[in-house]
Design a protein around this ligand. Structure first.
Ligand SMILES: *Cc1c(COP(=O)(O)O)cnc(C)c1O
Length: 231
């Protein structure tokens, strides 16, 4: 990792965070600064600029960063999560955005129990055209929430949905995908219930599409390159 950072970067980091935070504020939307691939020093600079919520997409990178950075950082897991790695993040993770199976939910519950905490989760919904992206269909998500095994998962909380739009320049297509997950989100908010289900967060929007996501009801955006520059 390169520890030399010109002063200019510090300044642009700070102004990017301030600008994006101001854009989100009328919507009451939260910002996750996606720090994947960026060194500790960059996260520390962002932290010192006053931002304390970070997202990572790999368990190993997340845990390495967690141990050396300030205790009061809120860490979000936003990438595909394998069941055998849940144990490494269960003690501290604030929100897992990328839950895509009942088996993963069961594992998160098990690790939550061991750590004596309730772990907040979002169900990832597959909204993009690309096959490579993970997630439930709407029907599968609905079935999972209402399945008989759900009530016994006392150490998880399902707080909402996450989605990633197709990687395209066609913003009308992106809007359609966000609108669809937004509609499903509103339906679940009304209909879904259970001790460990409280649908209130919709995690949609990244650097290229967060302005559209805001208009379509996003409550959490996950932004990397628009803050830190390209990876
Ligand atoms: C990398 C990543 C982001 C942020 O992407 P940018 O285009 O850099 O803003 C958001 N969500 C997920 C799941 C990611 O992996």
């Amino acid at each position: 990792m390169n520890f030399f950072r010109p002063e200019k970067l510090t300044l642009s980091l700070r102004s990017n965070i301030e600008r994006i935070t101001a854009e989100l504020s009328p919507y009451g939307c939260k910002l996750i600064a996606v720090s994947k691939t960026h060194p500790f020093s960059v996260i520390r600079e962002t932290y010192e600029a006053g931002h304390k919520i970070f997202g990572e997409n790999k368990v190993q990178e997340l845990t390495e960063k967690k141990v050396v950075l300030p205790e009061d950082i809120e860490w979000h897991m936003i990438g595909h999560l394998q069941r055998n790695k849940v144990k490494y993040i269960a003690p501290f993770v604030s929100l897992i955005h990328s839950v895509d199976s009942m088996k993963l939910l069961q594992e998160i519950h098990k690790e939550g129990l061991k750590n004596n905490r309730i772990i907040s989760c979002l169900l990832q919904i597959h909204i993009a055209e690309e096959e490579t992206k993970f997630g439930f269909s709407e029907e599968e998500a609905m079935e999972t929430i209402h399945s008989s095994g759900m009530e016994s998962l006392t150490n998880i909380k399902i707080c909402g949905l996450m989605g990633m739009a197709t990687n395209t320049e066609n913003m009308e297509k992106v809007r359609k995908e966000f609108r669809r997950i937004g509609t499903f989100f509103n339906k679940l908010k009304k209909e879904a219930s259970g001790k460990n289900v409280e649908i209130k967060e919709l995690s949609i929007g990244m650097s290229s599409d967060y302005k559209i996501a805001l208009e379509e009801g996003s409550t959490i955006v996950r932004i990397g390159s628009a803050i830190f520059g390209s990876r």
